[in-house]
Ligand binder design. Structure first.
Ligand SMILES: [Zn+2]
Length: 426
């Protein structure tokens, strides 16, 4: 019944690509033939040109992203015909011989399946319930702090992570469209993160993220406690495994006022990538890829079908055309698509080219970057497919068991894919 716009869809069930994107500093980016050609551009952007400045991607532009191109890293996909496409291969940036894992493709998939099987639907639901019951986590408010403290207690108290913060000064001027938050706009703010340090390449990392702030009057259960619940549950499971590369789990602040927490993170941390300080410690590993999750529960199709989950419900993995890392972002998106095929149980995924209005946009010119949502941001969400978005109805009990199953399949997809990309072992 659901009508979908096919213009920007890529759907493939047989994509074979290497799973570890690593920086070798010398090679040119390469695209698997399976991934070409690129999808055609959107022919009539709905609310903004696809290549418009980042800050026009919110309701009203509030500032500009200006960063000097201090790094021009090159990502290459390592293709070795002797290796299975899904066998993680890691090349060192040093002159030493390439590193590779002595593990068979079959056992990698077995290992990752074991990791995925440890994910808990109950934990996923519980986090969404608890965070949304705390209330609207508007940046700069006590309720935000309560939500943050709840997440910190889980990560530090239960999962034994070292919790870290990236602080910044939120000093955006008041704008009419921000009237809902005008009393809480300025002041010191912080993003929250924990890091799973890689055993072989601690200096390179994947970022897996969601935004902790939320608004609308219902506690932001779907937007974005659902994404936070994915990050938290994945962090729990990753706490007890090993990974070759580093994985960082980030909870962004100030997303709802224009992706400000991620903006300052990119601005402040980009120049620090790969720096070892002190010896053996890499406070900001090189960014291999960034995967953002923003609303992952509700795909009920067009508004006339809102009563039930769409029979064609799927996860939407989106990259952005025209960005510096467009081609590598396609590879990352297709790695997730492959992860969906292998580790999700019920719902498919598809790739499109309209990542928009969420924290991954800040990374799009700096590393491979994608967002994962329940629906495409422009063709679907902007067309009324998200009736609870920023509404008092975005409460945990608005969503059905099927909606939670749908969201949990995305947890499986991301956790399985990142476990492969990062070279996970038990
Ligand atoms: Zn959101």
């Amino acid at each position: 019944m659901t009508q979908r716009n096919p213009r920007t869809k890529i759907r493939s069930k047989n994509i074979d690509i290497p799973t570890v994107l690593v920086k070798d500093g010398t090679s040119s980016p390469s695209l698997s033939p399976m991934l070409s050609p690129m999808p055609s551009p959107i022919d009539s952007p709905i609310d903004s040109p696809i290549n418009s400045p980042i800050d026009s991607q919110i309701d009203s532009p509030i500032d500009s992203l200006t960063m000097s191109p201090t790094l021009s890293p090159v990502i290459s996909v390592i293709e070795d015909p002797s290796m299975s496409p899904m066998l993680p291969v890691l090349l060192s940036s040093s002159p030493s011989p390439p590193l590779q894992l002595s593990i068979s493709p079959t056992s990698i998939e077995e290992v990752v399946s074991t990791i995925v099987s440890r994910l808990s639907m109950e934990n996923f639901k519980h986090t969404i319930q608890q965070l949304s019951l705390i209330g609207d986590r508007i940046q700069g408010t006590e309720i935000y702090n309560e939500g943050e403290a709840w997440v910190v207690e889980k990560l530090r108290g239960e999962y034994n992570y070292t919790v870290e913060f990236h602080t910044y000064e939120q000093n955006q001027p008041y704008q009419n469209w921000l009237s809902w938050t005008k009393n809480h706009l300025r002041g010191p703010r912080r993003n929250l993160y924990v890091t799973k340090v890689g055993t072989v390449r601690p200096d390179q990392m994947y970022i897996v993220s969601a935004h902790l702030d939320g608004r609308g009057g219902g506690g932001g259960a779907n937007d974005d406690a659902s994404g936070c619940a994915l990050i938290l549950e994945m962090a729990r499971v990753f706490a007890s495994i090993k990974t070759v590369t580093t994985v960082r789990f980030i909870f962004w602040n100030s997303e709802e006022i224009g992706m400000i927490g991620s903006k300052y993170y990119v601005q402040d941390r980009k120049p620090l990538q790969g720096i070892e300080d002190p010896s053996g410690v890499y406070p900001e590993p090189i960014w291999l890829g960034m995967i953002q999750h923003d609303q992952i529960l509700y795909d009920h199709g067009p508004i006339e079908y809102h009563g039930i989950q769409s029979p064609s419900a799927d996860a939407d993995i989106e990259y952005e055309q025209g960005t510096v890392y467009q081609d590598q972002s396609v590879l990352l998106a297709n790695a997730l698509l492959n992860g969906n095929i292998k580790y999700a149980q019920r719902y498919p995924a598809e790739v499109s080219d309209e990542m928009y209005g969420t924290d991954s946009v800040r990374f799009a010119d700096h590393c491979p970057s994608v967002s994962i949502r329940e629906n495409q941001r422009k063709n679907e969400m902007n067309m009324g497919w998200a009736p609870n978005w920023h509404q008092p109805t975005d409460t945990w009990d608005t969503y059905t068991e099927l909606d939670y199953e749908f969201g949990f399949d995305i947890v499986r997809m991301t956790a399985g894919t990142v476990a492969e990309l990062a070279g996970a072992t038990l």
